[in-house]
Design a protein around this ligand. Structure first.
Ligand code: ZN
Length: 455
């Protein structure tokens, strides 16, 4: 008999064309899907060609789908959940950055553990962390949890940034090189990206140096781009061009570029994104305070678009909720005006969260349940009143499902959650340690005056 690590039988499977097939099997070995297809293909075979596996999950009431990719978040902001809603702008300058500056290696590691717990329990199997402090401490936690991630340092030399986060150009590049050398491709699950926080939060020297180095070495680069109208206006005032136009004309637009937000884009910028296949990442709930992107136009231009949560401070790390929020916003802005209810169909939303996410991670064989692809998959419990009965499982995934419906999770071929119990981290201990931090951390014990003028 053939051996594999995990054998899934009789399940429903979300196919790459976003249809659902019943009675499917998935055989997983050494991080990959070694075979998948109709259950009959397996049961009709001679015994010596059947699979044996240590873990067998035989359940016709669950839907297996690719794990979700949170293509933009800050795991260093995990303790800010509930602290940002209704705050006046600009939140990242006034609250997020001063808070991150207060983290130690130990508290960053705990923040990473808590973010990991929340992500796995919400069906997120991979993510792009847009950068925070103490990245090595966080990286060790993701390795232990077995999460797939792209990591980077928060990199800024802005004059208003707290000293502990500000870095000069001559020190920024060696720091990024060190992280890359130590963690890129580690255990087959971690990647390292070069980044700057945003163009306006950096000197011209810093962002040009980082992007030039990324371009020269073929390393993926990441940056917040075209997020606020005021940021774009300030950029035009300072540099005489819009951000993407400047990067292209200056020859420093990275070859592999993940651009978070991409809300305020001009038509010539959209053409630049399409030409260079820039990976755009919207963060729907967070973006509601900033603007609405021209996503139908971006998709029509062939730009890969993914979703991010922007971190737990913006309502948690549930990408099902982000898809739903995005569908509402797209319909109000682009659908109603053109009397087109199909402006952002469920299949498109799901493929943005899955294949769009895989593109933000620069992983060709991710985001699909197909023979040869990486085994990052999740199981949705369909046997619940809010998901059953349904005229379309795919529509219900977008309209009605939430992270709490995820029953099992497999990352890089390893079971990390079974029946909602985490197998690679002690969830109870993480919550206990977090409660202790929330009771002692200065941000939560001295709200008045501690982070700028927060109170
Ligand atoms: Zn962000």
């Amino acid at each position: 008999m053939k051996t594999c690590d995990i054998l899934i039988r009789n399940g429903r499977v979300l196919k790459p064309d976003m249809t659902v097939a019943k009675k499917q099997f998935i055989a997983i070995k050494n991080s990959r899907i070694v075979e998948t297809g109709d259950e009959s293909l397996l049961s009709d075979r001679p015994e010596q060609e059947q699979y044996t596996a240590q873990t067998v999950i035989d359940d016709s009431r669950i839907l297996w789908m690719p794990g979700l990719t949170d293509a933009h978040l800050h795991t260093s902001q995990q303790f800010l959940k509930g602290s940002l809603l209704d705050e006046r702008p600009v939140i990242w300058k006034r609250i997020n950055v001063p808070f991150e500056a207060s983290l130690t290696e130990e508290t960053m590691a705990l923040s990473a553990r808590l973010a990991g717990v929340e992500m796995i329990k919400n069906g997120t199997t991979s993510f792009v962390d847009a950068g925070g402090p103490h990245v090595e401490a966080a990286a060790e936690e993701y390795l232990k949890m077995g999460m797939r991630a792209a990591l980077t340092w928060q990199t800024t030399d802005g004059p208003k940034v707290p000293d502990s986060l500000r870095i000069e150009t001559k020190a920024a590049l060696p720091r990024q090189e060190r992280l890359y050398k130590n963690y890129h491709n580690k255990n087959g699950i971690l990647q390292v990206y070069y980044s700057v926080t945003s163009l306006m939060a950096c000197s011209e020297e810093l962002f040009r140096t980082v992007f030039e180095a990324a371009k020269e070495k073929g390393i993926t680069a990441e940056c917040h781009m075209n997020e606020y109208a005021s940021e774009v206006m300030d950029f035009i005032e300072k540099y005489g061009e819009r951000p993407f136009e400047y990067l292209e004309h200056a020859g420093v637009l990275p070859q592999n570029f993940v651009a978070a937000h991409c809300i305020m884009l001009s038509e010539p910028e959209i053409e630049i994104l399409a030409q260079h296949q820039v990976r755009a990442v919207h963060c729907p709930f967070s973006n509601c305070g900033k603007g609405v992107p021209e996503t139908p136009r971006l998709l029509a231009a062939g730009i890969p678009v993914a979703f991010g949560s922007d971190g737990a401070g913006h309502g948690g790390l549930d990408l099902f909720r982000e898809m739903r929020a995005f569908r509402c916003v797209m319909n109000v802005l682009h659908g109603i005006g053109t009397a087109n209810p199909q402006i952002m169909p469920a299949k498109t939303l799901l493929s943005m969260a899955l294949e769009g996410g895989a593109k933000a991670l620069m992983e060709e064989h991710l985001g699909r349940i197909e023979t040869g692809c990486l085994a990052d998959i999740i199981a949705i419990d369909l046997d619940q009143p809010h998901l059953f009965a349904t005229g379309s499982v795919v529509n219900s995934l977008v309209e009605s499902a939430c992270g709490a419906d995820v029953k099992h999770s497999v990352i890089h071929g390893k079971l990390v959650m079974k029946n909602r119990e985490l197998l690679t981290i002690d969830e109870e201990k993480v919550l206990y340690d977090t409660e202790k931090i929330m009771g002692t951390h200065p941000y939560f014990t001295k709200p008045a005056g501690w982070c700028g003028d927060r109170a």
